[in-house]
Design a binder for this molecule. Structure first.
Ligand code: GDP
Length: 304
């Protein structure tokens, strides 16, 4: 992902390297190329507009001095602006003062929520936490079984509503709000310090899905609500994120399928458009294909 954006930006900067000094026309030409590269990569128009305006203004007023030549100065500015749209500083997962930390996962069907539940559980377990997974996605026929499988791989228990799933904690009901609430109560009574609640998604945004997610949110009062977005869905990412922000609200984002070959710009826009930080990136189907998201490292990777 981002390969084409990365190539375009790098070649734009290459053209500047021979210049000893940048005229306003040079800067405008460069900003135009950056704008085109970002738009071609599917970065949201509003984000591109603010980004390029800021780069232009800063490049025009940059001091021509010091150790950096003009091209390096522009790269530095673009890098800083990229870090900015990606959310600025790395934001750690917020752990509750009084455990358990309640984490709710939300997003469309196929976004990668169930897979993420396993990845997050493994990540937290490796840091010494004792997560419990809760299977409150009762929409998709296989979701509960699938969560059972990832829980087993991650080596953590699951609170699941179907007796077929290998679970220490069985819930005798088909009501996702009840399952979520009981799951969190079970985590508390059995001293799990983190509880991760997987919720149902649909293929598209709809009112019923939002209502169910909002009901679960109200029942469990999450410390973190994580919106999982498939980076491959392109331009729809921003509208989907906005719909979840309005309908359910969320405190952080996970970009999934960053290993794909989509242009990636829409994923780059989500933090900026929603004002919510990207906490993790999911980069494959294995539970270890998972990383803490660092805006500065991602920006450097794009400009490398
Ligand atoms: P959910 O419906 O939101 O729970 O989505 P799933 O977790 O079931 O994921 C949907 C599909 O995407 C599954 O086939 C996963 O194996 C796959 N998947 C999830 N995360 C990633 C990822 O980061 N990279 C790739 N390549 N595939 C992923």
């Amino acid at each position: 992902m981002f390969a084409s954006l990365s190539d375009r930006l790098t070649s734009t900067f290459k053209n500047l390297r021979t210049k000893g000094r940048l005229s306003e026309a040079d800067i405008d030409a460069t900003v135009r190329e950056i704008r085109r590269a970002l738009l071609d990569a599917d970065v949201a128009v509003s984000v591109v507009r603010a980004f390029t305006a800021s780069v232009r203004e800063r490049a025009l007023s940059a001091e021509v001095s010091g150790a950096l030549n003009p091209a390096q100065q522009v790269v530095k500015i673009v890098n800083e602006e990229l870090v900015g749209i990606l959310g600025g500083a790395t934001r750690q997962l917020r752990l509750a003062k009084n455990p358990p930390t309640v984490i709710m996962l939300a997003g469309l069907q196929g976004a990668g929520k169930t897979t993420l539940a396993g990845k997050l559980a493994l990540h937290l377990r490796s840091q010494g936490h004792t997560p419990l997974l809760v299977a409150a996605d009762l929409q998709r026929p296989n979701a509960v079984t699938q969560l059972g499988v990832v829980a087993e791989r991650a080596g953590v228990p699951v609170f699941a509503p179907h007796p077929g799933v290998a679970s220490e904690y069985e819930a005798p009901t088909g009501d996702p709000v009840w399952v979520a609430r009981e799951g969190v109560a079970t985590a508390r009574s059995r001293h799990h310090d983190v509880v991760i609640v997987d919720t149902a998604g649909r293929l598209g945004v709809d009112a019923e899905l939002m209502q169910q997610a909002a009901d679960i949110r109200d029942a469990i009062e999450p410390d973190e609500t994580i919106f999982v977005i498939d980076a491959m869905i392109g331009q729809d990412a921003v509208a989907t994120a906005q719909a979840f922000l309005d309908g359910v609200g969320f405190s952080g984002v996970v970009l999934s399928k960053l290993d794909g070959d989509a242009r990636g710009g829409a994923a780059l826009s989500v933090a900026s458009v929603t004002g919510r930080p990207i906490l993790f990136a999911s980069t494959g189907e294995k539970l270890t294909d998972f990383e803490v998201f660092h805006p500065d490292r991602m920006a450097s990777r794009i400009l490398d």
